[in-house]
Design a protein around this ligand. Sequence first.
Ligand SMILES: *Cc1c(COP(=O)(O)O)cnc(C)c1O
Length: 423
Amino acid sequence: MAVAPPGWYSAGLRHIWLPYTQMKTTPPPLAVARTHGSRIVLADGRELIDGIASWWTACHGYNHPAIRDAVRAQLDAMPHVMFGGLVHAPALTLARKLTALLPAGLDRVFFTDSGSVAVEVAMKMAVQYWLNRGERGRTQMLAFQGGYHGDTFATMAVCDPDEGMHSLFAGVLPEHPVIALPRTEDSIAAFDRFLDQHAGTLAAILVEPLVQGAGGMLFHDAAVLRHLRQAADRYGLLLIFDEIFTGFGRTGTLFACEQAGVTPDIITLSKALTGGTMALAATIARQEVFEAFWSDDPLHALMHGPTYMANALACAAANASLDLFAQEPRLAQVAAISAALADGLAPCREFPRVRDVRVLGAIGVVELDRIDAINALKARFVECGVWVRPFRNIVYLTPAITIEPDDLALLMRAVVSVLNEQR
Ligand SMILES: *Cc1c(COP(=O)(O)O)cnc(C)c1O
């Protein structure tokens, strides 16, 4: 019962370059007609339950009416205006709301248009923080194995080197130390030793708190973050938390840093910020960081400003999304999803090729020894009516926080039955 693809598909496909894709060998992408709730409707009429909420963005499900209405109203008033010398209600309201939700002290919001750029801005802030204070040697970030902070050149340099990009772009990328997270006796000793020797060259420590997402959905304890905070304080370094993935309820609290009781000096947010509707990111700094830029010297200013900075439509979407967190029981829903994931994915533990099953908040991970035929695995999930995107050696679920229990059950059943075939 094959349905011919729509005309725009056949006519446009040869002109598009897809993300993270070997274009020669990749199976053709699926044509999407529309979305609703936790569903992706394909052009041929099939409907997939989305297990990953469009790269972790669509936290309230797709097409939430509150966000849609807010964007529509903003579109009538003003889709965008430059942010140089001009400000507007959606951006200032969002800055006020974000700083009210974040731990006390994170007070100044710099808006950008993607996660990678938000991290670049955080790195730039950290380096210039020292320059403005007259310290010239502090240019490095201390980053961690398993980490992922984006795809732009500066952020590639602080990703896990095993991603291959470090070696591929050797000599092109700036070099930053990337070491093991201090989580075992040995790695704590190595971390402490590293700081003893090199703290004077560092501007900041950069980490994804509690969960390293794109690096493999790797979890670590809150104690690790407290160790980082103590070390940063001991050596006077800035601590940057990249909560682009973990922010907005994903780990069970609104922000992951809350679970450690640790406040970073700079935090980055994006992904679920607009509820999965528009591109927007934010880098939020403590007052003390901001004050290093506060000067009569124009060279002490933060020289950065994306053209679409603080886009009004995106800020309106983000404001509506934050209102939903206030009005609807999102964190209770995350807790319910968490319990369901722990239960529903548990049968995978019995499978011979499964190395680990782990759950935190609305993140469920099945780690295999390896995945050989990843395209075939992806295709099996589509056949089962679910959108699940395994990568490296993991299959994971990060559904919309609003997913219906029946849809979540179907997702988990698909994961269990498809992985049961991997023997
Ligand atoms: C996705 C992600 C980024 C990059 O965000 P983009 O919007 O894709 O540039 C950075 N850090 C973390 C932790 C992410 O999950």
